[in-house]
Design a protein around this ligand. Structure first.
Ligand SMILES: NC(=O)c1ccc[n+]([C@@H]2O[C@H](COP(=O)([O-])OP(=O)(O)OC[C@H]3O[C@@H](n4cnc5c(N)ncnc54)[C@H](OP(=O)(O)O)[C@@H]3O)[C@@H](O)[C@H]2O)c1
Length: 334
């Protein structure tokens, strides 16, 4: 029997915020896996902010999506047919052919997931790429040191919520910013942040200063723009900034204004360091040991916002950029 799979293709390159018409739902017939390949039935797929960059045709660290072609991204699924001896049917795997219900791929591109460590979809969030981003960004790039006061933006999201919790496990004072009163309550009441504020409520700098009157030593930047300026202004000497993302600018249609107070980095002897998590895959075992352990011990918590059905994947992605998620935004396919 021929298997039919639905997939989401890029229909048009978005200008500003992506719209439903920038995506197209299509049906394809899936063949049999060739030698060394497996057929995977996807059960979960990830939508991530970096995909907005891939919708634009410009050089970057990952190539752009092509119009008329299926989009790609992290996914979890089950091997339903195997033409590779090393990967049996029934194995839960993680791979990069999301945005579709079924995928045929080389067996070495399908990584088995250890479902004793967490539910499969956790490997798209707290135990996956966003989790590793939080871990290496905070510990390696920002070089977290004893006594540091930590500020993280996008704090209620997949990366930010783990950044704050790792810092709390390590005994730090943590301040977070997020985009709604509900998210601020989540940070303070469920995740144990020392302080949190809604960046819509007034100047980021004024709210950060009120939350951290003695200044901050580490800023984990998921947002850029006003948040980055505020953090530079509030930084103590020798502070460190991990430049993880700048989501406030991903839908910009014009060059955003520069960071007006960057010169303060000289006198304060600050370090600002950009990074891309895929460069740090070698840290995966340490990350799984530490974060997996804290998860088992109940020292960290995570939330998921789940949208069901491949046809709603564009809605999930648009919603992610619009702040409709708390914790990891996921699409459930099965
Ligand atoms: N460098 C790397 O290797 C790497 C890897 C993974 C992710 N990242 C970056 O890390 C950041 C977080 O990613 P994630 O996967 O954890 O996403 P996420 O935080 O779970 O979701 C994105 C969040 O961004 C916030 N946001 C949207 N527009 C904003 C704006 N104008 N100002 C402030 N916040 C805004 C929204 O929350 P609010 O309701 O709080 O606004 C939204 O929920 C992104 O910048 C992403 O590009 C980088």
């Amino acid at each position: 029997m021929t298997q039919v799979s639905r997939e989401i293709r890029l229909a048009a390159r978005p200008v500003g915020e992506p719209k439903p018409s920038d995506f197209e739902l299509a049906e394809v017939e899936v063949g049999e896996p060739g030698p060394g390949e497996v057929l995977v039935k996807n059960t979960w797929m990830s939508v991530d902010p970096y995909m907005r960059g891939r919708m634009t045709d410009r050089p970057s660290y990952v190539p752009p999506f092509q119009i008329g072609q299926p989009m790609q991204g992290g996914a979890i699924g089950e091997v339903v047919a195997s033409n590779a001896p090393e990967l049996a049917t029934g194995t839960s795997v993680q791979h990069m052919l999301g945005w579709r219900e079924y995928a045929i791929l080389p067996a070495d591109g399908a990584i088995p997931v250890d479902t004793s460590a967490g539910p499969p979809q956790a490997f798209l969030g707290v135990l996956g790429m966003p989790g590793l981003t939080a871990y290496v960004g905070l510990l390696d790039k920002a070089e977290l040191r004893d006594g540091d006061v930590v500020f993280v933006s996008g704090a209620a999201g997949a990366v930010g919520s783990l950044v704050g919790q790792i810092a709390k496990v390590r005994g730090h004072t943590v301040v977070g910013s997020a985009g709604s009163p509900g998210k601020v309550a989540f940070l303070k009441d469920e995740l144990g942040f020392d302080a949190a504020f809604d960046y819509h409520d007034g100047s980021v700098y004024d709210q950060l200063r009120a939350a951290a009157p003695d200044g901050i030593d580490v800023y984990f930047d998921n947002v850029g723009g006003e948040h980055l300026e505020a953090a530079i202004a509030a930084m103590n000497p020798f502070g460190r900034i991990a430049l993880c993302g700048a989501i406030s600018q991903y839908n910009a249609t014009e060059a955003p204004p520069g960071i007006r107070n960057l010169a303060l980095a000289v006198g304060k002897r600050l370090t600002l360091r950009g990074f891309i998590v895929s460069d740090d895959a070698a840290r995966m075992p340490d990350f799984l040991r530490d974060v997996g352990g804290w998860l088992r011990e109940g020292k960290i918590h995570y939330r998921e916002t789940v949208v069901e059905g491949i046809e709603r994947a564009p809605e999930a992605f648009i919603g992610l950029l619009d702040g409709r998620n708390t914790g990891k935004m996921l699409v459930k396919l099965a």
